[in-house]
Write a protein that binds this ligand. Sequence first.
Ligand SMILES: [Zn+2]
Length: 216
Amino acid sequence: MNPLAGLIVCGVCGRKMVRRPYTNCNYPDTLMCAVTSCNNISSQLDYVEERVLQSLQQWLNNYKLTYGKQPVAASQMSIKKKALKNTQTELKALEKQRDNIYDLLEKGVYTTDVFLERSQSINDKICELQASLSKINAEIEREALTEQSQKTIIPKAEHVLSEYKKAKTAAEKNDLLKSVIEKAVYTKTVNGRWHNKPDEFELMLYPKLPTNNTNR
Ligand SMILES: [Zn+2]
């Protein structure tokens, strides 16, 4: 009966919000916190539903600006991955060198001055490599996320937004929303009945985001 079932979390007490049907059929359903002592103010269910869809659309627009572009070609990706491997190998070699100069100092091959100089230069190189390593890693991660988003969340969210109005039952609508939304946190502190702003509430949407480690 409730298209938002299980999706809306109370912004005051953190519990799931529930639908309260009106017995008089001229009144719309409301969405309320199940805890009677909670201060969160309920709203008309269809207002919250509308806001969920609006927020999803807004989120999708923003998300597409960042991750909506075509992923880079596979060849580009393999170049990056090769660069990553090379940098890791170089880094390992330098760390070994750093260990070696301690030996050379102990064996008296290096004077303290030579040791310090060598050690400084090796450490500088290590820092440099570590910086480029994390840069390459970030690039690869972002690419993977873009690729993943193209396959999952972006088409899914577009599908939900286009099919929602066509869905006939609350259960269908609920399934659609649940395919892309983790939860939405609802908070209303001002009572709309008295100042005539029934949709004055906050809704924080939490979409189901793709991660690098799943579905790959
Ligand atoms: Zn509550």
